[in-house]
Design a protein. Structure first.
Length: 277
């Protein structure tokens, strides 16, 4: 009797986040009162179809364990300090770690960027529903909404390209563990997402329409936009620091619950302290 393939969520979080212009690695940057990666993991932990949730971090990274231990709902998250120099290397190492803990080559793996911190469980469930019987797998993506220009060497527009068949790739990206391991081994560490490695094997991943809110925090302005968006997306029990989200120095608590009415702000204190995170 065959066993149904299981689904594993894998989050590569070994990057340094240099483009985000932050002192901390991007995944630990404070966003609406919590480390960015915590928003991501909270959402993924609510994906009911998932059998496991794991995070790949850099060797020697102890901060992830400190972040996760704050949340009872995340006590089953696995942390693998096997991250490599590139995303592809980190994902490949994470797949190997999954195999070492009993995953099957036919199991599904959904790889998600730690910096796509506005991800919602229902978007992931839609991807699973669309791909779980697909021969290849697929990824969340959105049709390109803007006019696409081709630049000349002098930074002048020299052509307008058709956008009817252009999509912006997002994550999660969902593929069989064995297939993805093989694809990454053949494609090397230069690919920027899992679908690229699968495409290099002359396979065609399914494009499943996602949401524009599922953007990747890459540059400093993305951090502020994600913080503001976090205030608009209901998350059960999540407290957010409005002042931190708006980039305003706060002397008072300033915390509000998204799903309900804002709690009264405490009186200003002359002995206010700054959070050093």
């Amino acid at each position: 009797m065959s066993v149904a393939p299981r689904l594993h969520l894998l989050v590569p979080a070994a990057g340094t986040g240099t483009r985000a212009g932050t002192e901390l690695p991007k995944q630990y940057q404070a966003l609406a009162g919590s480390p960015m990666v915590l928003h991501t993991l909270r959402a993924l932990a609510r994906v009911k179809q998932a059998h496991s949730l794991g995070v790949v971090v850099s060797p020697g990274d102890t901060r992830m364990a400190e972040v996760i231990q704050r949340e009872v709902a995340l006590n089953q998250v696995r942390i693998w300090p096997v991250g490599g120099a590139t995303r592809a290397a980190s994902v490949a190492a994470g797949l190997k770690a999954l195999l070492g803990q009993g995953a099957d080559l036919e199991d599904w793996v959904l790889v998600h960027d730690a910096a796509r911190c506005l991800i919602q469980p229902e978007w992931v469930s839609t991807l699973i529903e669309r791909c779980q019987h697909d021969a290849v797998g697929g990824l969340l993506a959105i049709p390109l909404p803007d006019t696409l220009k081709q630049a000349a060497p002098d930074s002048r527009s020299q052509a307008t390209l058709g956008r009817d068949d252009k999509w912006l790739a997002q994550t999660p990206q969902m593929f069989r563990l064995g297939m993805l391991s093989q694809a990454l081994m053949h494609a090397g560490t230069g690919v920027t997402d899992e679908a690229s490695a699968i495409e290099a094997m002359e396979l065609k991943p399914l494009l499943v329409q996602g949401s524009a809110l599922n953007f990747k925090v890459t540059y400093p302005e993305d951090l502020r936009l994600a913080a503001l968006m976090a205030l608009e997306i209901p998350r059960e029990g999540l407290l957010v620091d409005l002042d931190a989200a708006r980039g305003v120095a706060a002397g008072a608590d300033g915390k509000y619950r998204i799903a309900g009415e804002p709690t009264p702000r405490p009186a200003e204190s002359s002995d206010s302290t700054q959070d050093d995170r």
